[in-house]
Design a protein around this ligand. Sequence first.
Ligand SMILES: Nc1ncnc2c1ncn2[C@@H]1O[C@H](COP(=O)(O)OP(=O)(O)OP(=O)(O)O)[C@@H](O)[C@H]1O
Ligand SMILES: [Mg+2]
Length: 642
Amino acid sequence: MGQRDVQEKTVPGRGAVVLALRRYVRELLRLRRLALPALLLPAVGNIGIRYVAPLLIAKLAGRAADGDGLTLASALPYVLGFGAVLLLAEAVWRVGQHCLNRVDALGMEHLYVIGMDELFARDAAFFHDNFAGSLTKRVLSFGRRFEDFVDTVTYRIVGSLVPLVFGAVVLWRYEPLLVVGLLGMIGLTVAGATPLIRRRQRLVNDREAAVARVSGHVADSLMNMETIRAFAAERREAGEHRRRVAESRRLTLRSWDYGNLRVDTLVAPMSVLTNVLGLVVALAFGGPGLGVEGIVVAFTYYSNATQIMFEFNQIYRRLESSMTEAAQFTELLLDPPTVLDPAEPEPLAPQGTGVRFEAVTFAHAGAKPIFRGLDLDVPGGARIGLVGRSGGGKTTLTRLLLRMADLDAGRVLIGGQDISRLRQTDLRSLIAYVPQDPAMFHRSLRENIVFARPGATDAEIRAAAEAAHVTEFAEQLPDGFDTLVGERGVKLSGGQRQRVALARALLRDAPILLLDEATSALDSESELLVQDALWRLMEGRTALVVAHRLSTVAGMDRLVVLDHGRVVEQGTHAELLAAGGAYARLWRHQSGGFLAEDESEDQDQDEDEDVNGQGREREGAGPAGPSVQPGPPEASAASDRR
Ligand SMILES: Nc1ncnc2c1ncn2[C@@H]1O[C@H](COP(=O)(O)OP(=O)(O)OP(=O)(O)O)[C@@H](O)[C@H]1O
Ligand SMILES: [Mg+2]
């Protein structure tokens, strides 16, 4: 449903169209040295071809009709002039085209770059609300449509209007009424067609929305192909696709038909009428003085000029479709990015690496606050385990430390510095982060690891890969570390992806470690091996480690139990077990794997009890079960490693 909602809104508003237009015009101004000849030279060429050359022919016809007897010798200057004008016009055209090619190419290049820069500046929430497929299409169209825009302006608008002015000046010299008639008819046609074209806009919007619904569904189906296969839903999805394509065809035809049947049925007779009017004026008012020459000029100029009437609809349609597509991108820019670098960022000078959350209040957009005045102190060098029910806010807390979103109230401090006062790159240089669901680039395994520190040497990459136990499976892959891992890393198992993410964190070598379920997809044995490396890495660093599998964090300096966005308990594993509260209960569930009677009664009394949440905890604990004995922390493998 969300997909549909977002796709429904793809018809951009006026503000977005204006912004797109401003961006394109700005591009033309930036490239003005090329853009000026690119815009004008084809128009000059058109003057030669459409107006000067016929003028010579008209003069020739005029002389032939004079009865003086046209000889080859007396016609020669006209013939040579005719050839020279066409040749020159052709040359001017070529130069104009040469400049235009450069304007198109350089403009598109720049727009592709700034379009992507705009997306890089967006915060995480933006990417939760917009689909990658749709953003790809929009940002690329924003660049590509510049070509259509400039070509239409050059060939259709400037290329028609400038010659029209020239034609009007020439006609004026023959008979001013010819000019009045021509411009009057063009004006009337434009005035009559404009409301029709405006009305067509609504049909075009419907059509664009239908096209967007098709592409939204295609992207959604392709991304969920595994699920479609697993549920044998190919036919159902294909049926939905057919339905959407048919709807798009219906609305496309409706808008095209309106153009053909309503707009052009007005324009076509008007253009015929104009041509006839030109002849009548030339014959009736020109009188004998105008002669054959004048009649030929009037006829050819009128028929050339009335082309613009037909083109008016085309021009509108082309500009409209390129601007609509460009505006689908610029409408994303109407809301400025929220997570911004401060105007005057503080230089990075943290006093230690302690982390403090002070009275933090935060709500995801449109949701109820998840944290209300949360306080949490992580002294520099401390290793803190963050545990609690699914949905309790652990991941959100780690993302706030990274400033993936801004707080509604309160502050987050690192080494005494408010993170919102720092440059985002400075802040993030302090943190090595392993997300809960690490995604990979469709690049080689090596590139995925070195992403954390581009300058790293081969030896450093190897060491990180070794410590995170990546080497073991990398060597089994067809091209070793050069193997491409597939979109989002689909060619790796969940546990392998986690190990790559850990290798990144190891290579990052930052003073604060932020691990969100970093080892949850590993079997217990692999986890023990990887944790070895992690414990070494935590030496001298501040670590915030989120885990469902309690054995992972039982040996930490302090455990923080988070529930419904509140810290409900804090202490060491032993202290919390002794306290017999929420943590103790979780620990017993995971190690014992069953609920005793008194515990289930306890649960019933808990406010907002979430049986599903408990169920998930146990699921998460599954693989750890055999390796964790109920009892004191000494029994846990993790604490052995200390
Ligand atoms: N981008 C988002 N937009 C809106 N709500 C969100 C978003 N991300 C998370 N939430 C909501 O915030 C709450 C906390 O989510 P969070 O991911 O922080 O929980 P968690 O403790 O990490 O859970 P888990 O143990 O399952 O990983 C959940 O109710 C979730 O639905
Ligand atoms: Mg989480």
